[in-house]
Design a protein. Structure first.
Length: 258
């Protein structure tokens, strides 16, 4: 059976499962002042990183001239070195890159982007991966864009300095946000967000998209399915306990992926 047929078959089965076993939810961002803060999540070792999620947006406009932040994850600037990863929408594209003092020896050029206008007003699965030489974007399981660069270090997300001492008196960073801040708020829907401490390949991205995430998988830093449906806490489905906190114009929605 062709891969594309298998994908639609699994989407159909997943839809039936949601209706039988309980209500499924996504989170809806209003684009004004709302976000979800994942302060406690950390990656303390890894030679790559993957962000995976379902997203629904019209893609035809940005609320802010510099684009709208979908994800902005970084360790506190009080840590030396510190690391930061950004995924945003701008000019009909999804754009992603990494930055920060932690990426010493990196010469620039990590930005990877792809046009999303053909996917307006529908849920699509997106995975963004980085390793020591290449950034990639996958849309609905297909590798659609790459960037090339040279970087020989780790891809971390931690509140600790290199000798293991907590930075900033052990206080977590307030930059691990979904939905933006300041002048970069996102307007759209997100569901089934997972963060991994390695760079996935095509087969692994498709496994996550089609079969979902098991809370016991290796290299899984956090997984949030957003099925709470009420309240201001999004629960990390792994044993890591990295729950997120909702603030501002973020609401629960029954508009969900297929």
């Amino acid at each position: 059976m062709k891969t594309s047929v298998l994908k639609y078959y699994y989407f159909f089965i997943l839809g039936i499962s949601a209706s039988v076993f309980g209500q499924n939810y996504s989170v809806s961002f209003g684009g004004q002042n709302g976000n979800i803060n994942f302060n406690d999540v950390a990656i303390e070792s890894g030679d790559g990183i993957t962000f995976s999620f379902w997203i629904n947006d019209d893609w035809g406009h940005s609320n802010f001239s510099n684009g709208d932040a979908i994800l902005d994850f970084g360790s506190t600037s009080y840590c030396t070195p510190h690391y930061r990863y950004i995924i945003k929408k701008k000019n009909g594209e999804i754009q992603a890159w990494f930055e920060g003092q932690g990426f010493s020896g990196y010469g620039g050029g990590s930005t990877v982007s792809t046009n999303m206008l053909d996917y307006s007003n529908q849920f699509v699965h997106v995975a963004v991966t980085f390793n020591g030489s290449e950034g990639k974007i996958y849309v609905n399981g297909e590798h659609v864009s790459s960037s090339s660069y040279t970087y020989g270090g780790d891809f971390l997300l931690t509140e600790y300095s290199e000798n293991g001492v907590p930075c900033s008196n052990g206080q977590p960073s307030d930059i691990k946000l979904m939905g933006g801040e300041g002048n970069y708020f996102f307007d759209g829907y997100i569901d089934d967000f997972s963060l991994w401490s390695y760079d996935m390949g095509t087969d692994e991205v498709n496994d996550v998209m089609i079969q979902g995430v098991s809370d016991s998988e290796n290299n899984l830093a956090g997984y949030w399915n957003f099925n709470e449906g009420s309240g201001t806490t999004v629960i990390d489905q792994t044993s890591n306990g990295n729950n997120g906190t909702i603030s501002g114009d973020v609401s629960w929605s029954t508009d969900v992926p297929p």
